[in-house]
Design a protein around this ligand. Structure first.
Ligand code: UDP
Length: 371
């Protein structure tokens, strides 16, 4: 039979689109080259712990429409992200707030902290031109040197002077004692894991795993009237204009015979020398308990290493600088000629989307496409 839609990729964008299309009575086939659904939000149970196999995903949003949507498919726990930054054994609270300023400078009141930041940000004149200037103008040089520079340069493999300012604007700066990493009205982790949530979204939809669309594109295209493609846009076009740059991430996962390795879900290593950017201890996303509420005896940790993407690696982060932005625009023009193909998601749109933004964008797309 011929489907109305072929959805390439079962990550959040693909799953939302497939779910919405089915709800509107369309026939849908979802394919994914991985052996599992859920793209980079995929979680796998190891020792009773939902391990975030493609990096930590903490759901947070201010968008009620998105929250109402996701909570149809999962119940969320009350996890609040508050990473700890480890700079050569000195520990600082994240994001940048009164606890951080107190530890850094011994200041106690918001006025004292503000005075310190104002004194240090004075070195930046005019509009910040890059991530380094933006960071110093937000929190001053001391914090930039200890908590931002090393981490950012490891994560992006580029000098902070060569990175766009918007990346650091993702982080709140607060003159209150509040370690909540996000300014979000709604936040949490889907109980039972993201894979279960995406499985619920795809309930009743045909899914074929372990199949590579681009390897057999012509055959797959015959299966449906239209295609939603959520893979990398440059890969779709065979890298004909050259490849877009991505950062990739490698995880070293370890099961440890101890109940508590680091006392927090995320510890960022913000010095330049430690080769990993952060260590995730997955059990703390669910308060160290299994589904029955029992304490877990073991723990699973993941050391995260960033690297430049090369063919064969998984692309994770688009490098949204000017050069890549210009190349993306060229690919986007090409994509507009593909009348029966819709491009969407972090890789399809080459955009550093958070999960909630991907869902919002997918829901918008559904309205446009499906009515
Ligand atoms: N960042 C930083 N120090 C930290 C955590 C984050 O400087 O301890 C900056 C850094 O520039 C990074 C950006 O904030 O690229 C976003 O980091 P985050 O870990 O939130 O990104 P994610 O990988 O979760 O998307």
């Amino acid at each position: 039979m011929k489907y109305d839609y072929l959805v390439v990729g079962s990550g959040l964008f693909g799953a939302v689109f497939a779910q919405q299309a089915k709800e509107r009575g369309k026939s849908v086939l979802v394919i994914d080259k991985r052996p599992n659904i859920a793209g980079n939000v995929y979680t796998e149970k190891i020792e009773g712990i939902n391990v975030h196999k493609y990096g930590a995903h903490i759901f947070h949003t201010n968008n009620k429409r998105v929250w109402d949507y996701v909570t149809k498919f999962a119940e969320f726990n009350r996890f609040t992200n508050s990473p700890v930054a480890n700079f050569k054994g000195e520990l600082y609270s994240m994001p940048f707030n009164m606890y951080t300023f107190n530890k850094m400078w011994g200041v106690v009141t918001p006025d004292e902290a503000k005075a310190k930041i104002d004194e240090q940000r004075a070195e930046i004149k005019g509009e910040p031109k890059n991530l380094e200037e933006q960071a110093i103008s937000l929190v001053g040089r001391d914090i930039y040197e200890k908590l931002i520079k090393g981490y950012t340069e490891k994560q992006w493999g580029r000098d902070c002077k060569d990175l766009p300012a918007f990346i650091i604007k993702r982080l709140p700066v607060r003159l209150t004692y509040d370690n909540n990493y996000f300014n979000a009205l709604y936040q949490g982790i889907p109980m039972g894991g993201y894979t279960k949530m995406v499985g619920n979204m795809l309930d009743g939809i045909e899914v074929r795993l372990g199949v590579d669309y681009l390897e057999n594109k012509d055959e797959f295209d015959k299966l449906a009237d239209k295609v939603l493609y959520t893979g990398a846009i440059d890969a779709y076009f065979g890298y004909s204009l050259g490849n877009l740059e991505y950062r990739s991430v490698r995880f070293e996962n370890e099961v440890l015979d101890t109940p508590n390795f680091q006392g927090n879900a995320a510890v960022n290593y913000t010095d330049r020398e430690t080769p990993w950017t952060r260590i995730i201890e997955h059990k703390w996303f669910e308060f160290g308990k299994d589904e029955e509420g029992n304490d877990l005896e073991k723990t699973v940790i993941s050391r995260e290493y960033s690297s430049e993407w090369k063919p064969g690696d998984e692309p994770y982060y688009p490098v949204n600088d000017e050069k890549n932005g210009a190349l993306y625009e060229q690919y986007k023009k090409l994509s507009e000629n593909e009348k029966n193909v819709i491009f969407g998601g972090r890789l399809g749109e080459y955009k550093y989307y958070d999960m909630d933004a991907v869902i919002a964008s997918a829901l918008d797309m559904c309205e446009k496409e499906l009515g």
